[in-house]
Design a protein around this ligand. Structure first.
Ligand code: SF4
Length: 307
């Protein structure tokens, strides 16, 4: 396992190994839309996606990229005086625009002071050779990674959540990014409608086999104004308790290869629009519970792969 004091390879450790100090991600809104919302694929979007395109913590899109970075740095530097930053294009689909537009936004971001990398959240069906060639060019000068929302590898669930692409598209996107030396981080949501433990385990294993370099796991959030909220309020389905979620998370860690960076084990629920589950708002409790169970169960990342 890479130099690491914890039983799993956390994002903080990855940043410390790579940059030698504290690095913070700044959530940006590049002003993009999404083919799953603008009608190219559908108009409804993934059923869990909020009106902010899953960028509820991103800065304001009315500001320029430089302004967004400046205002977030000003806020964060009160707590971390000596941090470096990654520009994280988070809201909507951040490779869904002509390459010249992408280039100008990305370059604006990476040219700001103390920015040491670029992190781009997008859909795998919006990764093509032109995008990869642009990212590859930028990666010669700064760290670049791409986050892809897989959510599940169960094709039936993918239809239920209106993901809008097949698993093979994800697989090919990861291949293309890997061939250009760009790190790929995969998002997986636990407790999607109709899914059982084996579906979540399959999703983690599928993503890892595709060759991802990082993973983000999070509990399903039911947010106001989403198709999922309508579905849930009409016909509520069982949501994990904190105890159930943290049991599953700690089990899954043992199926993640030790060199895959675990970026997230729980998310930040957007409080003002969250319907359920309310326990995710207490992030400290969720993380403390995960850490306690890791110790109690003697969890080690990748253990089941070594057996
Ligand atoms: S791909 Fe992302 S932005 Fe688009 S609808 Fe799905 S979650 Fe929302």
């Amino acid at each position: 396992m890479p130099e690491n004091a914890m039983p799993y390879y956390s994002l903080n450790n990855f940043f410390k190994n790579k940059f030698g100090q504290k690095v913070i991600k700044l959530s940006l809104d590049g002003g993009f839309t999404c083919p799953n919302r603008d009608g190219k694929i559908s108009r409804t979007g993934c059923i869990f996606c909020s009106k902010n395109g899953s960028g509820d913590f991103a800065a304001k899109r009315t500001q320029s990229i430089a302004e967004q970075i400046e205002s977030q740095k000003a806020f964060l530097s009160k707590k971390w005086q000596k941090a470096l930053y990654i520009a994280y294009f988070q809201a909507f689909t951040n490779t869904y625009a002509p390459v010249e537009v992408l280039e100008s936004k990305y370059l604006e971001a990476v040219s700001q002071k103390d920015i040491v990398g670029l992190d781009i959240a997008t859909r795998p069906d919006c990764i093509d050779e032109n995008v990869v060639s642009l990212l590859s060019k930028i990666s010669k000068k700064t760290y670049v990674c791409v986050e892809l929302g897989l959510q599940t590898s169960n094709e039936k669930t993918a239809e239920i959540i209106n993901r809008g692409y097949k698993n093979i598209v994800f697989e090919n996107a990861v291949k293309l990014l890997n061939s250009a030396g760009i790190d790929t981080v995969c998002h997986i949501i636990l407790n999607l409608p109709g899914e059982h433990y084996h579906d979540m385990l399959n999703s983690v294993q599928f993503a890892c086999l595709c060759g991802i370099k990082g993973i983000k796991l999070q509990m399903l959030n039911i947010l106001k104004g989403t198709p999922l909220a309508q579905m849930y309020l009409k016909e509520p389905f069982k949501l994990f308790t904190l105890d159930e979620y943290t049991d599953i998370i700690t089990d899954l860690i043992e199926y993640i290869p030790e060199n895959v960076v675990i970026h997230r084990l729980t998310g930040d629920g957007p409080k003002d629009i969250l319907i359920e589950p309310m326990w995710i708002l207490n992030k400290r409790l969720v993380l403390n519970t995960i850490n306690r169970k890791i110790k109690e169960k003697n969890i080690i990342q990748g253990r089941h792969l070594a057996e």
